[in-house]
Ligand binder design. Structure first.
Ligand code: IPM
Ligand code: MG
Length: 357
């Protein structure tokens, strides 16, 4: 198969981790006889530096024409003062929205080799951590009007959270369909004791659940969910929630698996083209030092193969290669523990690539 993959390395550790993911994907292509055409485009802070805009039109057009997009990370303190409509993060939000990628899947799964790295007690980790957060990605407060004005002689800011029924229904379907391929349990997370958006959310989810009698459905308030994730994460299979709650809960969920550096994500809409990125940020403090963990990005590549290209076996080959390298005791700094061998970003990528096939 021939596929065009648009690559956005981005800022901070972005270039290092994406380079390793490309190395692994190239190895997969060789091994399985595919052709992956990588097209690198600029977006984020580096695009502001080069062109004065976070998302040049040409970059967006490349994304729209791609079979899939692989992204590292964007943003950093360097661009904190940039106009809010041109911040590096805006590039990411615009691409998600323009590509119609409403469904963001963020797995929280513990690698047995990393059980020690979890901040949770061993008995909780042993019960198992294997769930996926299905985050609505192109609606809610992220995409409502944002405004700072003056009121009564002081600055006054508003951000609008809005959801329409169809936006909730389509992400709900993604959650129920995802659950059917896993443990058949969906928990919908909201703040329906306070927010209208959440009351509508819950109503639509309830209605939808009737169409999936084979999936066990319940709902939970977001504050309780934040607590339950650290109290007993084994209770979750699929968690579906709105954009901002999903942003927050997915960072929490990633940490209990050992390191945010391990977690990939996929963003999909109606088509098969999607965007794949690790859930962590650009970590400017360790950028360029060969310290970053590329595994979240490499596993994002594995998700791309599976979800966008239907390459199940190839995807599994990457996951198995990661397992083998962890079994060999190789660790980047964030997942380092006693008796293991510390490696840099590049060596981690080399070792995973060498274990493909
Ligand atoms: C994420 C990130 C982004 C988000 C930022 C960089 C805009 O935190 O992908 O989780 O909030 O969606
Ligand atoms: Mg986030």
């Amino acid at each position: 198969m021939e596929k065009k993959i648009v690559v956005i390395k981005g800022d901070g550790i972005g270039p290092e981790i994406v380079t390793e993911a490309m190395k692994v994907l190239k190895r997969v292509a060789e091994r399985f006889g595919h052709t992956f055409r990588f097209v690198e485009v600029d977006a984020g802070g580096c695009a502001i530096d080069k062109y004065g805009e976070c998302l040049p039109q040409a970059s967006l057009e490349q994304c729209l024409a791609a079979d899939s997009v692989l992204l590292g990370a964007v943003g950093g303190p360097k661009w904190e003062k940039v106009d809010k409509n041109n911040r590096p993060e805006k590039a990411l939000l615009r691409i998600r929205s323009a590509m119609g990628l409403y469904a963001n899947l963020r797995p929280a799964k513990i690698f047995p080799q990393l059980a020690h790295s979890s901040p949770l007690k061993a008995e909780l980790v042993e019960k198992g951590i294997d769930f996926v957060i299905v985050r609505e990605l192109i609606g809610g407060i992220y995409f409502g009007a944002h405004e700072t004005t003056q009121r009564d002689g002081e600055a006054y800011a508003t951000d609008l959270m809005a959801y329409s029924e169809h936006e909730i229904e389509r992400i709900g379907r993604t959650a129920f369909e995802t659950a059917r391929k896993r443990g058949r349990r969906v928990v919908s997370v909201d703040k329906s004791n306070v927010l209208d958006c959440s009351r509508l959310w819950k109503e639509v989810m309830h209605r939808l659940s009737a169409e999936y009698p084979d999936v066990e459905y319940s709902d939970m308030l977001v504050d309780n969910c934040a607590m339950q994730i650290v109290r007993d994460p084994s209770q979750f299979d699929v968690v579906v929630t709105e954009n901002m709650f999903g942003d927050i809960l997915s960072d929490e969920a990633s940490m209990i698996t050992g390191s945010i550096g391990m977690i990939p994500s996929s963003s999909l809409g109606e088509g098969t083209n999607g965007m794949y990125e690790p859930i962590h940020g650009s970590a400017p403090d360790i950028a360029g030092k060969d310290l970053a963990n590329p595994i979240g990005t490499i596993l994002s590549g594995a998700m791309m193969l599976k979800y966008s290209f239907g390459m199940e076996e190839e995807s599994r080959a990457i996951e198995e290669a990661v397992q083998k390298v962890l079994d060999g005791g190789y660790r980047t700094g964030d997942i380092m523990s006693e008796g293991c061998i510390r490696v840099g970003c590049r060596e981690m990528g080399d070792r995973i690539a060498a274990n493909i096939g």
